[in-house]
Design a binder for this molecule. Structure first.
Ligand code: E4P
Length: 221
């Protein structure tokens, strides 16, 4: 499975990549604006912070068909196209553009998905990844359940598109999707940190050290 960081915060990306086997980074236009940097600078910094084996997944901003195609080409040229994925929203224009972008050999992640039915059509159009917005879907119903159902639907038809579950607000949402076997997922840095850190672990380690020091007068083996 693939685990991505949903962020353009280079420091957070470097920090998490320093101790976790991260498969890449996803961004969207809002995430890039939050960096306070020009998009070109963000992409340059991502190329520097990540290895070529880690994917960079970046989104088109244009909403018209021709604009989406032009921006997909632009994104696909980042890092010579190595492990670059273009995010295209599942609007009518986006769904029309997806097979054309795919035909050029560019990997596509269909984004902005709020329903399994939109995801189904993006899969039919040839998208490599489908990004349902889990937390946002929870505003309308059982977002987690719908995404689990989507994974099953794709398997039922032998469709190659992989769900890349996105938009999380807490660890439990991530946990439920991982437990259901979601093939890829993108999570913001704070929620990833919350997945890894548990106060109980720190207490246990402190206790091991204290007991060892009391017995042997040192804190190493
Ligand atoms: C990822 O690909 C999406 O752009 C992102 O997860 C959306 O998250 P949000 O609902 O926190 O904006």
């Amino acid at each position: 499975m693939e685990f991505f960081i949903d962020s353009a915060d280079i420091e957070a990306i470097r920090e998490l990549c320093s101790f976790l086997p991260i498969d890449g980074v996803t961004t969207n236009p809002t995430i890039i604006t939050k960096s306070g940097k020009e998009p070109e600078q963000v992409f340059a910094e991502l190329c520097e912070a990540l290895t070529e084996d880690q994917k960079i997944i970046a989104q088109v901003v244009a909403t018209d068909y021709e604009g989406i195609l032009a921006e997909a080409d632009k994104i696909a040229s980042i890092r010579g196209g190595k492990n670059i994925v273009v995010k295209i929203p599942v609007t009518r224009e986006g769904l029309r553009a997806i097979p054309v972008v795919k035909a050029k050999g560019i990997s596509v992640l269909a984004t902005g998905i709020y329903s399994p039915d939109q995801a189904f059509w993006a899969a039919k159009a040839g998208a490599d990844y489908l990004a349902p917005y889990v937390n946002r879907m929870c505003n309308y119903g059982d977002g987690v359940g719908q995404v689990i159902e989507l994974v099953q639907t794709l398997a039922q038809y032998g469709m190659e598109a992989k769900v890349c579950a996105a938009s999380f607000k807490n660890v439990d949402q991530v946990h439920q999707l991982l437990a259901a076997g979601v093939p890829s997922i993108t999570v913001n840095p704070d929620t990833i940190r919350d997945m890894v850190g548990h106060p109980g672990t720190a207490i246990a380690v402190d206790e091991f050290t204290a007991n060892w020091e009391k017995a042997y007068g040192r804190t190493t083996l």
